[in-house]
Write a protein that binds this ligand. Structure first.
Ligand code: ADP
Length: 639
C-alpha cells in the first residue's frame, strides 16, 4: 500500500476553485478547451525536449489527445501522451496558481455580480481548475517522460487534495472528471455525449496541432446474432494550423481562441499581424499585439520570443532570435518548412535565416503600429500606454528602423494637459518663425511644467515636449533631429527664439547686460565656483531670477541621477547659472556688490543657486544651510 498524502490548496487557488464550483458562468464548455490546451502544451514540450533527448519519445506512442466518456459512470477521461508530471510538479502545478494577475482577477471577480462575473471568468481562461465547473471530483494520473513511477492527484475542490503513488503504463497524463448531472436547460450539457464533445472541440480547439481522438462505441445488432460492439477512435479536430489558412476564412473568434491558447492571456489581443514569405526561403507568421503588459515585462530575466514551427510541428516555444527585446510583448508563431525539424537551439541561434525573418517581423510590426497610430488613435494610445516604454528601448537598439521608430513616439507637451502628441503633430503646430522642436526632461509633468526654462518659450507661444519617462533621457540622447528639424533641450546650451533679427537683437541685449554686470558675474562665479562652470546673463527667463542650464553636450541632471541609481558614478558636472537681467533681484545684488558687502552677496548668491536647483526638481546639497541663509536674509530685511 502506498501512502496517501493530503495537502491544502494555496489561498489563491482555493478562492478560484470556490468561484469555479459556484460559478454561474453559462459557458461551462470552456473547461474542455482549457484541459486540451494543457495537454497540447504537454505534447509540445515532449517533442521539444526529445530534440535533445531522443529517448523521451521511444515508447512508441503517438503524440495525441484522447477523449473517452463512460456514460454509465458519468466519467470523462482526457488522455494525453505529453511530457507528464513528476510528483513534485503535480504539487507545484495543481496546488498553486502561478498565473500572473490571479489575485487581481479573483478580487475583481468578487466585487462583481451575476453576468459580469460570467464575462470575467470567460476572459480569464481559467485553466485546470475550470474542470470543477462541470465535475464534482477530478483525478489526475500522470507519469513524467523519463520516469517509471506515476502519481495520482485527486480533489473534490473542497480546499484540499490528495497525492499518492500510482501505476501508469504509458508516459503522459490522464485527467478524469466525475461529471455532475447534466442539465441542458441550465447550460450544463451532457459531456459524455459524442455530439456535445465533437462540437465543443470543433468550436474551441479545432486548430490544436495534435490529433484529438474520440472513443466511439457502436453496437451492431443483427437478428439471430449476438450484438457486436466496435470501437473506433476518429480524429475530431481538423488540426489545420490557423496560420496556414487564408485569413478571410478565419473568424475573429478563432483568432482570439488561438491567441489565448499560445499566450495564456485572458484578454483579447489588441491587434494581429500576419504575413508570409515565398520563394527560396518560405515561412509564415501570425503575430499578436496584446492589450495588457504581462507582469514580467520589466524583469531582466523574463523569457520572451515567438513559437517556432517547422511544418506545423513546434520546435521551440520561445525563440528569442525572432524578435528584438523592444518588441518582447509580441506573441505569435513563425512556421517555416525550410528549417530542419531536429535542429538544436545552438544551431538555430546561428541560423542567418532567423535574422532575416526577424528583420521582416520588425518592419511589419512597425508598419502595423504606424497604421494604427494614424487610423485609430484610441487604440494606439492604449498600445502606447501599455508598451510605449518598451518600444522606446528600440530607439537606442535599432539603428535600421530609427526613422520609423521616431514616428511612433508619443509625448506629453505644453500644448495639452492630457493628450499625447507625436512629433509630426508637434511640427504641424509649430509657429511660423520656429525652426526647432523643443523639449524638457524631468521627473514628472509637475516638475517640468513650471520650470523657469520654459518662460521665454511660453511668452513666444512655442510648444515644449515633456520628456518625463526615465527612458526619455536615452531617447533624447539618441534623437537629435526629426524631419530636418533639430530637437533641442530647453535646459541646455543657449536658447534664442524668433526670427533671425529677433535672435540677434536678444543676443545683443544679453551681451550688453553681461558687459555692464561683468564684475558682479565674476564675484558670483567665485562664490559658487565649486558648483558652477559659468555665470552668465540669460535670454530665456521672463519671470524667474535665475535658472541652471547645461552645456550643449553635458548630460542632464536627471540622467546623472539615473546613472547614480544604477550604481554608476558619472563625473560631477559643473552647471551654468543664468541670471535674468530684467529681474529686481539682480539690481539688489549689484548694489550689494558695489557696496562691497561680501557676506550678504554670498548669502544672496547661494540662495539664488538653491532656488534654481529647486525649480528644476533637483535636491539641495545642504537644505539646513539653505534654510539658515534664508532666515538670515529675512531677519535682515525685517530689521
Ligand atoms: P496554465 O496552463 O495557464 O499554466 P493551469 O492551471 O491550466 O495553468 O495548469 C497549471 C500547470 O499544470 C501547467 O502550467 C502545467 O505545467 C501543468 N499541467 C496541467 N495539465 C497538464 C498536462 N496535461 N500535462 C502536463 N502538465 C500539465
Amino acid at each position: 500500500m502506498t501512502e496517501q498524502e493530503k495537502f491544502e490548496f494555496k489561498s489563491e487557488a482555493r478562492q478560484l476553485l470556490e468561484l469555479m464550483i459556484h460559478s454561474v458562468y453559462s459557458n461551462k464548455e470552456v473547461f474542455l478547451r482549457e484541459l486540451i490546451s494543457n495537454s497540447s502544451d504537454a505534447l509540445d514540450r515532449r517533442r521539444v525536449e526529445a530534440i535533445t533527448d531522443k529517448s523521451l519519445l521511444e515508447d512508441g506512442h503517438e503524440l495525441e489527445i484522447r477523449l473517452e466518456a463512460d456514460k454509465t459512470a458519468r466519467i470523462l477521461h482526457l488522455h494525453d501522451s505529453g511530457i507528464g508530471m513528476s510528483k513534485d510538479e503535480v504539487i507545484k502545478n495543481l496546488g498553486t496558481i502561478a498565473r500572473s494577475g490571479t489575485k487581481e482577477f479573483v478580487q475583481n471577480l468578487k466585487s462583481q455580480e451575476g453576468d459580469q462575473t460570467a464575462e470575467l471568468i470567460g476572459q480569464f481562461g481559467v485553466g485546470f481548475y475550470s474542470a470543477f465547473m462541470v465535475a464534482d471530483e477530478v483525478t489526475v494520473v500522470t507519469r513524467r517522460a523519463g520516469e517509471s513511477e506515476a502519481t495520482r492527484w485527486t480533489s473534490s475542490g473542497d480546499g484540499s487534495y490528495t497525492v499518492e503513488a500510482a501505476e501508469k503504463e504509458d508516459i503522459g497524463t490522464t485527467v478524469s472528471l466525475r461529471l455532475r448531472d447534466a442539465d441542458p436547460d441550465n447550460a450544463l450539457p451532457d459531456f459524455t455525449d459524442d455530439f456535445v464533445l465533437r462540437s465543443t472541440v470543433k468550436k474551441h480547439s479545432d486548430f490544436v496541432t495534435h490529433p484529438i481522438k474520440l472513443r466511439v462505441e457502436e453496437t451492431k445488432e443483427e437478428e439471430g446474432k449476438d450484438p457486436e460492439v466496435t470501437i473506433t477512435w476518429p480524429t475530431i479536430n481538423s488540426m489545420k494550423a490557423i496560420w496556414t489558412r487564408p485569413s478571410s476564412d478565419v473568424t475573429d473568434d478563432e483568432y482570439n481562441e488561438f491567441y489565448r491558447h499560445i499566450s495564456h492571456d485572458w484578454a483579447e489581443p489588441l491587434d494581429r499581424v500576419s504575413f508570409k514569405a515565398e520563394g527560396t526561403f518560405e515561412y509564415q507568421t501570425l503575430l499578436f499585439i496584446p492589450e495588457n503588459p504581462p507582469m514580467d515585462m520589466y524583469w531582466r530575466d523574463a523569457k520572451y520570443g515567438l513559437q517556432l514551427y517547422v511544418n506545423r510541428v513546434l520546435i521551440q516555444d520561445r525563440c528569442e532570435e525572432l524578435v528584438p527585446s523592444y518588441l518582447r510583448f509580441l506573441k505569435g508563431v513563425v512556421d517555416s518548412p525550410d528549417l530542419s525539424l531536429n535542429v538544436s537551439r545552438e544551431m538555430l541561434q546561428q541560423d542567418r535565416r532567423l535574422t532575416q525573418i526577424r528583420k521582416r517581423i520588425v518592419k511589419k510590426v512597425l508598419d502595423a503600429l504606424q497604421y494604427i497610430q494614424k487610423s485609430d488613435r484610441e487604440k494606439y494610445i492604449k498600445f502606447w500606454n501599455a508598451f510605449g516604454r518598451v518600444l522606446k528601448e528600440g530607439i537606442v537598439q535599432e539603428q535600421d528602423q530609427k526613422d520609423a521608430m521616431k514616428e511612433l513616439l508619443m509625448f506629453y507637451s505644453s500644448a495639452d494637459d492630457e493628450k499625447l502628441t507625436s512629433l509630426d503633430e508637434y511640427i504641424e503646430r509649430m509657429k511660423e518663425d520656429q525652426d526647432t522642436i523643443y523639449y524638457i526632461t524631468g521627473e514628472s509633468r509637475k516638475a517640468v511644467e513650471r520650470s523657469p526654462h520654459l518662460e521665454s518659450l511660453k511668452a513666444k507661444g512655442y510648444e515644449v515636449l515633456f520628456l518625463i519617462d526615465p527612458v526619455d533621457e536615452l531617447v533624447s540622447e539618441n534623437v537629435s533631429e526629426y524631419k530636418e528639424k533639430k530637437l533641442k533641450s530647453v535646459s541646455k546650451g543657449e536658447v534664442n527664439l524668433g526670427s533671425e533679427e529677433e535672435k540677434k537683437e536678444a543676443e545683443e541685449k544679453r551681451k550688453e547686460a553681461e558687459k555692464s554686470h561683468e564684475s558682479l558675474l565674476k564675484a558670483i562665479q567665485e562664490i559658487l565656483n565649486e558648483d558652477l562652470k559659468e555665470v552668465r546673463m540669460s535670454s530665456r527667463l521672463t519671470a524667474s531670477a535665475a535658472c541652471l542650464v547645461g552645456g550643449e553636450d553635458d548630460i542632464s541632471p536627471q540622467l546623472e541621477r539615473l546613472l547614480e541609481q544604477a550604481g554608476q558614478k558619472p563625473p560631477k558636472q559643473k552647471r551654468i547659472l543664468e541670471l535674468n537681467p530684467e529681474h529686481h533681484l539682480l539690481g539688489k545684488m549689484n548694489a550689494l556688490h558695489i557696496a562691497d558687502d561680501k557676506q550678504k552677496l554670498s548669502a544672496y548668491a547661494q540662495i539664488v543657486y538653491g532656488q534654481a536647483l529647486l525649480a528644476e526638481g533637483s535636491a539641495l546639497p545642504d537644505p539646513m544651510q539653505f534654510n539658515q541663509l534664508v532666515t538670515e536674509v529675512l531677519v535682515d530685511a525685517a530689521s
